[in-house]
Write a protein that binds this ligand. Structure first.
Ligand code: FAD
Length: 393
């Protein structure tokens, strides 16, 4: 009897994704690609876990869907804090309108810690600063070079490295965010420290108030350690104010004299700007909002910028989340757009598992269209609210 030797073919190796940026966009992409069978490593510039003490986010369906497909048991966690009415105040504190519009507000920290613990530590690499990318189109490989002198090779590199993306700057230097002419002052106040005037008018609802060059909104969000119990939450407010580029540069110079560019984290705003925010609150805001702003010891700030990329794929490199498009916050869509980009990427890659290039080609147009639609919507809303410019017909 003759013997036959059979050679068993190697199972095809799992494709490997290198994700640059370990904030929400990177974690959505990392978890979702892993859920469709990819090996994923996330490389984050920061040396420690990210933290924003829970700035507010409106909870949108794409975020919930991305958490569900990551495998998170949604029945076991509280994702946010409900509000019932949308209430618009006049500057004197009287109510302009009150509408029943239930929705859920969550926090950046709650979504971040949930995604971060689902991804785990083994493939989440901190203190890794991407400096440069190289592509080998013959081998269909991409190499990421890091500031510490190390390299990593993958089949796909995902630039989820935010509004100042290094990936975007290298591949599409012409795609640059532009300043919208106003900034958001922001703050968080522990629920049990809400002054009476704020508690009476704002507590439990989604509140708004307009004035010249001024638009404020606020709502309750989860508190420290994602606590959603009444009494343990934060009141989160966001106050848009017109600021010319010179004033913006002065605001963005932190209390140590360091120029921060487009955002100042909690605790770093120079003392005279803290005073300025409190004084302006007294002059421009209805009593409830004025009281909550004045009760905020450490307001922080973020410049409003516009970006909607025309291209998001080059060979085996893609950009998503804020790296590709920055929607204005009035759309309440930055986090859900990052989730949507990542959900669609996982769908496209699993639809043509043997053809990554085709998947990326199929993925890109809808993402570009989404970024542009949100830019249109955000620009119209923001320009109307802050500059009283009617939408172009
Ligand atoms: C600390 C923090 C707090 C935030 N808080 C809020 C909030 O309260 N409310 C809200 O609506 N939005 C918040 N955002 C923004 C929000 O995360 C984004 O608008 C949206 O979710 C899309 O996120 P993103 O991951 O695309 O971009 P980002 O959240 O900006 O994340 C980009 C990540 O890439 C990393 N990175 C940048 N360059 C490099 C590099 N060269 N190499 C490696 N890593 C790099 C950054 O350190 C950062 O972690 C916050 C972002 C951060 C980083």
């Amino acid at each position: 009897m003759s013997s036959h030797s059979y050679s068993v073919p190697d199972p095809s190796p799992r494709p490997r994704a290198l994700v640059i940026g370990g904030s929400l966009g990177g974690l959505f992409a990392g978890n979702l690609l892993r859920s469709i069978g990819w090996d994923v490593d996330i490389f984050e510039r920061s040396a420690h876990d990210l933290d924003s003490r829970g700035g507010g986010i409106v909870l949108q369906p794409d975020v919930v869907e991305a958490l569900r497909r990551t495998g998170i048991d949604l029945s076991a966690i509280s994702l946010g804090v409900p509000s019932e009415h949308r209430v618009v105040f006049r500057p004197d504190g009287s109510i302009r309108s009150r509408q029943y519009a239930p929705q859920t507000q969550t926090s950046w920290s709650l979504i971040y810690t949930t995604l971060r613990s689902a991804f785990g530590d083994a493939h989440y690499h901190q203190a890794k600063v991407l400096t440069r990318i190289e592509q080998d189109s013959a081998a269909n490989k991409v190499t990421a070079h890091f500031a510490d002198g190390t390299d990593e090779i993958g089949d796909l590199l995902i630039g989820a490295d935010g509004g100042n993306s290094t990936v975007r700057q290298q591949l599409w230097p012409q795609q640059v965010p532009s300043y919208a002419g106003y900034l958001a002052w922001r703050g968080l106040v522990p629920e049990d420290e809400m002054p009476a005037a704020a508690r009476e008018s704002l507590h439990g609802d989604f509140g708004f108030a307009n004035n010249t060059g001024s638009h404020i909104l606020g709502y309750l969000v989860p508190g420290g350690n994602n606590d959603v119990r009444p009494g343990h939450r934060f009141y989160n407010w966001v106050w848009y104010r017109v600021a010319d580029p010179d004033q913006l540069a002065r605001i963005m110079t932190d209390r140590d004299g360091r120029q921060r560019g487009y955002s100042i984290p909690e605790g770093m705003l120079a003392e005279h700007w803290v005073k300025h925010v409190h004084e302006e609150a007294r002059a421009l805001l209805p009593p409830g909002f004025s009281a909550i702003v004045e009760a905020t010891r450490q307001p922080f700030a973020q410049a409003i910028r516009d970006l909607a990329s025309d291209q998001m794929v080059a060979g085996r490199v893609v950009i998503l989340g804020d790296a590709s498009a920055i929607p204005r916050p009035h759309t309440a869509a930055s986090t859900s757009k990052a989730a949507s980009n990542a959900l669609d990427l996982a769908d496209a890659l699993s639809a043509t598992p043997d053809n990554i290039d085709a998947a990326l080609k199929n993925w890109e147009p809808r993402q570009i269209a989404l970024g542009k639609a949100l830019r249109r919507q955000g620009t119209q809303t923001g320009n109307y609210l802050l500059f009283q410019r009617p939408p172009a017909s």
